[in-house]
Design a protein. Structure first.
Length: 336
């Protein structure tokens, strides 16, 4: 083909393109209405485009499901400690007695002798692996909640409980307790620094997502130095801040005035000056023993709110009762 013919062909195609372009402009449609590979999409009868004022891009109105919310994966090696619920997740009554049985090594726990809720039993370690076991019911046929192992030739001991991730379930009696499971976590209760003002043992346990230290301390004073009369208090060291996970308005707890105590002007928590401004959260005493009643145990202050969690309740009760049993046994042996 000669050069003139080629030039004529090119001009003819150019003129045809310009005519087609002018027609499309007159009709108001895009020059690229259905280019492949979008031809199939354009043929769907139910499709439409929706434009927002903030964007020049369209999205199909029919139907892709909304994108799922982005949830960060849990950090490796992190154990979730469910925050305790206020005022509801109690395993024990706020005040209860411990009652001995003449014919067995089992002691019942309850607000009254005829209302047992839980029980503890002394065991031979070679059979059960524990020296003292707390059961989730008024007799030993119920699942164990915790087991205590005394250290040889020492005042310290270990308390084994379900893991921190254990949840609470309601029981038929209306109380709440751990889902039965293996006692796979052991917390240590160790003697604190010696003091001329009385014996001290302390432990560390998680409260929400942090671990706090608590100390059992013997209360010295008139009326507690003879026969079987003993009085111990459990102190919370982190008394100047609410427990981790505490809802707004739930702390500081309402407390009753005590002539031997003084209220901290900053937090409102009831303190006793002899305890170096630590908060009293539980106590037991053998002052009102009647017959086979071993002791009276009471949760007070933040300890009575449920904010410290169920595992704290278990270790507080089992450690306190073990100390009580040892103290009473030693006192009885000394007066025999």
């Amino acid at each position: 083909m000669s050069g003139k013919n080629k030039l004529a062909k090119m001009r003819e195609k150019e003129a045809e393109y310009m005519r087609n372009h002018a027609e499309r402009q007159a009709q108001g449609s895009s020059a690229f209405e259905t280019p492949p590979p979008y031809t199939d999409l354009a043929s769907e009868s139910t499709s439409s485009l929706v434009f927002s004022e903030a964007s020049s891009f369209g999205v199909r109105s029919s139907s892709l499901p909304p994108a799922p919310a982005l949830v960060p994966p849990p950090s490796p090696g992190f154990t979730h400690f469910p925050p305790p619920s206020p005022y509801t997740n109690h395993i024990f009554p706020s005040t209860f007695g411990v009652y001995e049985s003449i014919l067995s090594r089992t002691r019942t726990i309850g607000p009254h002798r005829n209302e047992p809720v839980l029980c503890i039993r002394e065991h031979m370690r070679v059979k059960s692996g524990f020296d003292l076991v707390l059961h989730n019911g008024p007799d030993t046929s119920f699942e164990p909640l915790a087991g205590l192992t005394q250290k040889f030739f020492k005042r310290g001991f270990g308390i084994s409980m379900p893991s921190s991730a254990a949840v609470l379930q309601p029981t038929q009696a209306g109380t709440r307790t751990f889902v039965p499971g293996s006692l796979d976590i052991t917390e240590q209760v160790e003697p604190a620094a010696p003091s001329i003002r009385g014996r001290r043992l302390e432990f560390t346990i998680e409260v929400g997502r942090v671990r706090e230290t608590f100390q059992w301390r013997e209360r010295k004073g008139p009326g507690y130095s003879f026969r079987c009369r003993r009085h111990y208090v459990l102190l919370r060291r982190a008394a100047d801040r609410p427990p981790d996970g505490a809802p707004p308005g739930s702390w500081p707890p309402a407390v009753q005035d005590d002539p031997e105590s003084e209220r901290d002007n900053t937090s409102g928590v009831l303190r006793e000056s002899e305890y170096e401004d630590m908060e009293v959260v539980a106590q037991w005493d053998t002052e009102a023993i009647r017959g086979t009643k071993l002791t009276t145990f009471k949760f007070v202050g933040t300890g009575a709110t449920g904010l410290l969690g169920p595992r704290w309740e278990v270790i507080a009760v089992l450690s306190g009762l073990h100390i009580c049993i040892m103290e009473v046994d030693q006192s009885v042996a000394g007066t025999a």
